[in-house]
Design a protein around this ligand. Structure first.
Ligand SMILES: [Zn+2]
Length: 159
């Protein structure tokens, strides 16, 4: 269970060793487990106050606009969590409850949910509406992601 903590960050449980890590918005890096140092699946909840910080990221961000009453949202939520785990360190998932954040819902014209908005460098680059099957989400997101290994070293390791 992840809990939204506003400015205090979000608690993310490490799938490798079970340690709970408090993860804050991070514009330049990606979170790693404090204990085993594996990249953490980065799934957080955002509201109007934290949205800007949570969607400012060095990795692509999928914003999941959802509501508790929306059945298809409940189908897509575990798929997104699986992708966040599979692409740990390369992808961030930000969940926005449209009932509690109607300004954000309006700004992104979330008329029909689930709505997934892909954000890179703080800007929307693509979107998907509806309970998209996992295979289609993989096809959608994978070309946007940086390579799994050596991404940190490439271009930053010449000093
Ligand atoms: Zn760990």
């Amino acid at each position: 269970m992840t809990s939204a903590g506003g400015a205090g960050g979000t608690v993310v449980r490490c799938p490798h060793c079970g340690t709970n890590n408090r993860v804050r918005p991070n514009a330049t890096g990606t979170p790693r487990c404090a204990k085993c140092h594996q990249p953490l699946p980065w799934v957080v909840s955002a509201d109007q106050a934290t949205f800007q910080a949570e969607t400012t990221s060095s990795v692509p961000v999928i914003v999941d606009f959802w509501a508790p009453w929306c059945g298809p949202c409940r189908m897509i939520s575990p798929v997104l969590e699986k992708l966040a785990e599979r692409y740990a360190g390369r992808l961030k998932v930000v969940k926005v409850n449209v009932d509690e954040n109607q300004q954000l819902a309006q700004r992104y014209q979330a008329m029909s949910i689930p709505l997934l908005v892909l954000i890179e460098d703080g800007k929307e680059v693509d979107r998907q509406v509806g309970a998209v099957p996992q295979a289609r989400l993989v096809d959608w997101i994978e070309p946007r992601l940086r390579p799994a290994t050596g991404a940190d070293a490439a271009g930053h390791n010449h000093s």
